[in-house]
Design a protein around this ligand. Sequence first.
Ligand SMILES: NC(=O)C1=CN([C@@H]2O[C@H](COP(=O)(O)OP(=O)(O)OC[C@H]3O[C@@H](n4cnc5c(N)ncnc54)[C@H](O)[C@@H]3O)[C@@H](O)[C@H]2O)C=CC1
Ligand SMILES: Cc1cc2nc3c(=O)[nH]c(=O)nc-3n(C[C@H](O)[C@H](O)[C@H](O)COP(=O)(O)O)c2cc1C
Length: 176
Amino acid sequence: MQLATLETIRDLPAPVSRLDYRDAMAHMAAAVNIVTTDGPAGRAGFTATAVCSVSDEPPTLLVCLNRSASVHAVFAAHQALCVNTLCDDQRALSNLFGGKTDMAERFAAAHWTTAVTGAPLLEGAAVSFDCRISHSTSVGTHDILYCEVLAVRQRDAADALVYFGRNYHGLPGAAC
Ligand SMILES: NC(=O)C1=CN([C@@H]2O[C@H](COP(=O)(O)OP(=O)(O)OC[C@H]3O[C@@H](n4cnc5c(N)ncnc54)[C@H](O)[C@@H]3O)[C@@H](O)[C@H]2O)C=CC1
Ligand SMILES: Cc1cc2nc3c(=O)[nH]c(=O)nc-3n(C[C@H](O)[C@H](O)[C@H](O)COP(=O)(O)O)c2cc1C
């Protein structure tokens, strides 16, 4: 097989289908987060595994949000959000915020507080990052939201929740 050179690599066809890509991604373990916002456009939240640390100065993480999600317009309006990373005992919340459930029903299933931006912080989360969205870009079906962290709250030694192989798994708590 002839390898592509730097000059030809941009012209290569995309040989991986959407389903092949998803099957491959199912092999990548990820933390499970509920991403929330609140403000003039209302309260909204969704489950997200596409969350990642970008930089520690300024402290910044990214969240990938599908533009076809019902919550997309609300996040775009507020330009602020909170990433709440779930513990093992919060699997039911992940399903609730990942489905087609009514927004009031999603939030009624847990207790919430606020920090700086007004976005809801989940009681009992492993960690919560209260953020302003500093900028965003669009790639394919998703917006990548770059989020500058304005406040953090963490819970020590709780069992972590991991999404892997299209299923939830618990990890024993550890001192960080
Ligand atoms: N990044 C995303 O937007 C994700 C969306 N989901 C949603 O949850 C449903 C169930 O997911 P699974 O049980 O894991 O089975 P699945 O076969 O639909 O997805 C397998 C893996 O592919 C990735 N993936 C799925 N949908 C994606 C999308 N639209 N854009 C980019 N990556 C995507 C995720 O890593 C996911 O864990 C998905 O069909 C999707 O609607 C789940 C995980 C990530
Ligand atoms: C485990 C899991 C992980 C998900 N991760 C993401 C994600 O990273 N980005 C995203 O846009 N949607 C993700 N979703 C889908 C959203 O949670 C879902 O589209 C969201 O709840 C909006 O649904 P709605 O359009 O019915 O309101 C995920 C769903 C599940 C169950």
